[in-house]
Design a protein around this ligand. Structure first.
Ligand code: ASP
Length: 582
């Protein structure tokens, strides 16, 4: 008899003979009567074994096949879709027995360590929550493909064994056996291939693709991760792409979790995002905006403030309504946050019955400050003074901390936005040179192009140039980013030169691409969105590992397979490699 889905049985099936197979989810042995919840992909159903002693020997997670008759339950279980029925078993076959389980699959959240969950991932993935996440991920990919296909995009695969593509991380290298001493790099992104595809006449490309970045891992990073990567020919301004991606996001959210989005999404320039929210990925689910009070403190008697302003820095303030009563301890904790992000300190001013805080005695007339910040009696002001980005970022982190602490972040609210007009370049202290803020193939804004191309433009002012780059941000999380690209060889060459890559090195690393730009490259641009993070948000999970079938630990290991692992000396010899001892 054909196997039926456990989760599909309903009251109308009563009386039918069925064959089911699956895992023993739960077991209750009442002597002459044994109850088993049988689980397969589709769900759970209760089995009843009468006078079948074999059943008493079953264990959770054994795999069985049963034949039986569907019957209405005397006491239906309203929490289970199949709760109206049970299956009275007349034949039981044990297909596979399990060893004792290393952890319970029922605890939510699981008590087992991450390491144990990953080592026994095949058990961990059986948990309904993980099954739901895998399916949600599948549906997300399907919705993306469906939408982009209808918009005229085609999916093209690009190589994994390739040359280095600079996205600002270290490469994973793969030694070549046929050419000892040479290496492939796994792609940090398909950036140059997708641009080459557009030059090849693929006007709308996308790919759901694995990218590899060898970075020091943080809790929310994986060395290999999946992007929705996309590129369009004849894209000269981002608006067309914004509309497309907004439509995509709206479609995927509707199809997967039934959430509707308002479009168009708001846009903020990088400067606005930093000045108002202290972040280039602002969380717009709550207010608590920063205020620039530099003007109010330009002649302050407090040295720290005066000096910061004199050095070209800024003073930002955050008004905490009703916060005048914050304890020293609370203020100390907030200061800790600001300091973690590089601030020298967190100044505070409480507008209580009297003025309190380190700033109070330096403020002969607080009125202009109240006006600028809207501070009312009972409020608290928190201030950071430093260079623009540092001051804003440190106070932005304090804002986020307050958002959590004061429960200002509503559940179930979705606030997407575009952040635009990023700096083109940023100064790398370590390397003592300019580096690309996005990547070296990003074009400057049209009005800044002449400055980039002008060899007499002062190098130290290159930080003023803005890029035609944009990020998509959702609830304070960067979902992805992209840019309008450079499509003229001389501009690309100049950009590389500014980054300290001379013509010879440029030829060696990117010669193939520079040449492609000489053969009729249309204007183009694109974006990449992090699929893992996107699914994580759809699933309401806090960790990427909950939405990746076989993720790595924070130290880049795979406890299931034991990767990375040593290889045998023969393999190394074939590759012309030798591992140096300590
Ligand atoms: N390649 C870029 C990245 O991986 C995205 C893009 O510019 O399209 O972030």
């Amino acid at each position: 008899m054909k196997r039926e889905a456990c989760g599909s049985l309903r009251g109308k099936d009563a009386g039918r003979k069925v064959t089911l197979a699956g895992w023993v989810h739960r077991l209750r042995d009442l002597g002459s009567l044994t109850f088993v919840d049988l689980r397969d992909e589709s769900g759970l159903v209760q089995l009843v074994f009468r006078e079948l002693p074999q059943a008493r020997k079953l264990s959770r997670e054994d795999v069985i096949r049963v034949r039986g008759t569907v019957a209405r339950r005397e006491a239906p279980n309203p929490d289970l879709p199949t709760g109206e029925v049970e299956v009275v078993v007349d034949r039981l076959e044990v297909l596979s027995q399990t060893r004792p389980l290393p952890f319970s699959l029922e605890e939510e959240p699981p008590r087992a360590s991450e390491e144990t969950r990953l080592r026994y991932r095949y058990l961990d993935l059986r948990r309904p929550r993980m099954q739901r996440n895998l399916r949600l991920r599948h549906r997300t990919s399907m919705a993306i493909r469906d939408y982009l296909d209808r918009q005229g995009f085609i999916e093209v695969e690009t190589p994994y064994l390739t040359r280095s593509t600079p996205e600002g991380a270290r490469d994973f290298l793969v030694p070549s056996r046929l050419e000892p001493g040479k290496f492939y790099a796994l792609p940090q992104s398909p950036q140059l291939f997708k641009q080459t595809l557009v030059i090849s006449g693929v006007e709308r490309y996308f790919q759901i693709v694995r990218c590899f970045r060898d970075e020091d891992l943080r809790a929310d990073r994986q060395p290999e991760f999946t992007q929705l990567d996309l590129e369009m020919a004849f894209l000269e301004a981002p608006e067309e792409l914004f509309a497309l991606i907004e439509g995509l996001l709206a479609y995927v959210f509707r199809e997967t979790i039934g959430v509707e989005f308002d479009t168009p999404f708001p846009r903020l320039s990088y400067d606005q995002a930093l000045s108002r929210y202290g972040s280039d990925k602002p969380d717009l689910r709550f207010g608590l905006e920063l205020v620039d009070v530099t003007k109010q403190f330009s002649a302050s008697e407090m040295r720290l403030l005066r000096e910061a302003v004199a050095a070209g820095g800024r003073v930002f303030a955050l008004r905490v309504p009703g916060g005048a009563g914050f304890s020293r301890k609370e203020l100390g904790e907030l200061e800790g946050v600001a300091k973690t992000y590089g601030a020298k300190g967190l100044l505070w001013l409480a507008r209580g019955e009297e003025l309190r805080g380190p700033l109070a005695k330096f403020l002969p007339d607080p009125e202009p400050l109240w006006r600028a910040t809207g501070a009312e009696p009972g409020d608290l002001l928190l201030l950071v003074a430093d260079a623009f980005e540092l001051a804003a970022t440190a106070l932005g982190q304090v804002r986020l901390e307050l958002g959590r602490k004061l429960s200002l972040i509503p559940e179930g609210k979705w606030c997407p936005l575009w952040v635009v007009d990023f700096p083109l370049l940023e100064w790398s202290e370590e390397e003592n040179r300019w580096s690309a803020r996005h990547h070296p193939f990003t074009s400057p804004k049209a009005e800044d192009l002449p400055k980039l191309m002008d060899p007499s433009f002062p190098t130290e002012r290159l930080g003023e140039l803005r890029a035609n780059a944009y990020d998509l941000v959702l609830n304070g999380v960067e979902l992805g980013g992209g840019s309008i690209r450079i499509h003229r060889r001389e501009v690309q060459q100049r950009m590389l030169e500014v980054l300290g890559i001379g013509p010879e090195e440029a030829e060696g690393r990117f010669g193939f691409f520079l040449r492609a730009l000489e053969y009729g490259a249309p204007p183009h641009g694109g974006i990449a969105l992090g699929l893992d993070r996107w699914v994580m948000m759809l699933a309401g999970e806090e960790s990427l590992r909950e939405v990746i079938a076989f993720p790595k630990t924070a130290s880049g290991a795979c406890p299931l397979t034991g990767a990375p692992a040593e290889v045998d000396p023969g393999q190394l010899a074939e590759l012309g490699l030798e591992v140096k001892g300590d």
